[in-house]
Design a protein around this ligand. Structure first.
Ligand code: ADQ
Length: 481
């Protein structure tokens, strides 16, 4: 029976070694949920790294690790600490991530980390090729594995290969600065279908292919000598029911978490108080520093809201081995301290700042309690937090302020859309959000919820897989001509 092979940098599980026993627990992220029907329900396998390097796994437990991952229908790719340093912290997160998010000043072009990226992509290819059978379909995920499609296609031209990029594809003028631009494009063109979150990313990619590789490019197709590659946009959705059901349950139970109680105390003591939420990984692309500066400007411009608003800011630790992320952490700590020091009174702190990961229930506490979500990325492939916030608003109230630089803004025009670099606009929009009548909030959220409910993450995965199967017919026709 043919199967689908999913490949991503990390496997959708957490591995723990305790008392010489190996435990694998499935992780519940959006991607894992979306791929469930492709993976678990259709006898598929998932190939990726376990999160533990070769050095971290005792030799006598290697077989146990493989066994624990196989139980979850996963196959591990074995990587060394050196691989992770060069490929993940190096080329993926110091070259591709900043470049594709237009942070050219943070982009490093290091030959050694490029070589590590090539080596690790080859390691993934080896595991894939060992497990592939006739008639299988392959779906590769994200920017860490852009060479993989061509490495597979070269050895197995018979299999259909899909690739999805979860981050933006930058404009040609930015992409062309990459010394290994041709290799990256050729790697991606090993796919039969390449998916992006938005039409703009698709357009940027096609333009790079046409100008750098000089291939013939149509609206959503690239003609190679022997094949046609399709590039299209598939905006990723969320597991809508999971979020809306958790929020409904949360509303119905009287058992409040400590976090919820604290949030409610603030609201009880100041009835017209408004809670403003921001949630992101601590990443420079997310515009956290800008957001804080804009919030500071808002408090200066509209002092009547002092004591009445609070920014609840959750920043999830991320890539803390990369120097830019350490600097950003310091900058955010200082900004929060400065703003709280400047405006706080005995009874009010303008910012509550959490630097940690939170369990799902607390995430729901935050989404359901906060009146406004303020998401101001400088660049963001999609931004699922925006969608999750709307899905949890079971009474249809709440205002989403969203950066036009997030892919999600293209589908969420009923949100208040801002330019994250325009503090004047953010301050005025915050005022508009605070004063927005309930009826208007409900009207906007009805549209948003309807769309998010329909285009959920399962529909996204289905649409992509259906289009990938269709590319098979296209290549059969080309072969026949
Ligand atoms: P991310 O940059 O990680 O993803 P995002 O889309 O916002 O950004 O997803 C974050 C996810 O983490 C959300 O599902 C959220 O619920 C979860 N999360 C946030 N805070 C958490 C916390 N404290 N504890 C637990 N979970 C938390 C990349 C791209 C995005 C793109 C996605 C999917 O950068 O642009 O939307 O992939 O393609």
């Amino acid at each position: 029976m043919s199967k689908t092979i999913i490949i991503s940098n990390r496997l959708p599980l957490q591995l723990q070694i305790e008392n010489k026993t190996v435990h694998a627990t499935p992780s519940v992220g959006g991607l894992a949920t979306g791929m469930k029907s492709v993976h678990k329900d259709s006898n598929g396998v998932w190939i990726g790294w376990t999160g533990l390097t070769e050095e971290e796994i005792p030799a006598n437990l290697l077989d146990d690790v493989i066994e624990a991952t196989i139980k979850e229908q996963c196959i591990p790719v074995s990587l060394t600490k050196e691989d992770i340093d060069g490929f993940y912290y190096g080329f993926s997160n110091r070259t591709i991530w900043p470049l594709f998010h237009y942070f050219m000043e943070f982009t490093e072009f290091e030959k050694e980390s490029w070589q590590s990226y090539v080596t690790v992509n080859e390691k993934y290819a080896e595991v894939v090729l060992d497990n592939i059978e006739e008639g299988d379909t392959v779906w590769v995920h994200d920017y860490q594995l852009m060479l993989l499609p061509a490495l597979i296609k070269k050895k197995r031209p018979d299999v259909q290969i899909g690739f999805f990029l979860h981050i933006p594809f930058p404009s040609y003028e930015v992409f062309r600065t990459l010394p290994w631009r041709e290799e990256i494009l050729k790697g991606l063109l090993g796919s039969d279908l390449i998916g992006f979150h938005t039409y703009d990313y698709q357009r940027h990619f096609l333009s790079s292919v046409s100008r750098i590789l000089r291939h013939e490019v149509g609206f959503n197709e690239i003609t190679l000598k022997d094949r046609i590659v399709t590039a299209n946009s598939y905006p990723m959705g969320i597991d809508y029911n999971k979020f809306s059901k958790a929020a409904a349950k949360h509303d119905a139970t009287k058992n409040q978490s400590e976090l919820q109680r604290r949030l409610d105390i603030h609201i009880d003591t100041t009835p017209d108080a408004k809670m403003i939420l921001s949630i992101d990984r601590l990443d420079y692309s997310k515009g956290i520093a800008n957001r804080l500066r804009a919030y500071e400007y808002f408090l200066e411009k509209y002092p009547e809201f002092k004591e009445k608003v609070r920014l609840v800011m959750l920043a999830v630790p991320s890539r803390s081995n990369v120097p830019q992320y350490q600097l950003l952490k310091k900058e955010i700590d200082e900004l929060v301290g400065r703003i709280n020091g400047k405006f706080s009174s005995v009874s009010w702190t303008p910012i509550w700042y959490f630097y940690r990961s939170m369990p799902f229930e607390n995430l729901i506490d935050l989404y359901t309690t906060c009146d406004i979500a303020l998401l101001t990325p400088i660049r963001d492939g999609m931004n699922l937090v925006a969608k999750e916030y709307i899905a949890t608003r079971t009474d249809e109230t709440g205002v989403l302020i969203l950066s036009e630089m997030a892919g999600a803004a293209q589908e969420m025009s009923e949100a208040l859309i801002i330019n994250p670099n325009n503090f004047e606009e953010i301050a005025d929009t915050l005022k508009q959000a605070i004063e927005m009548p309930k009826a208007e909030q409900i009207k906007r959220n009805k549209f948003l919820q309807k769309r998010l409910r329909r285009y959920n993450v399962e529909k996204w995965a289905d649409d992509f897989m259906t289009a990938l199967q269709d590319t098979k017919h296209k290549s059969d026709i080309v072969k026949a001509i």
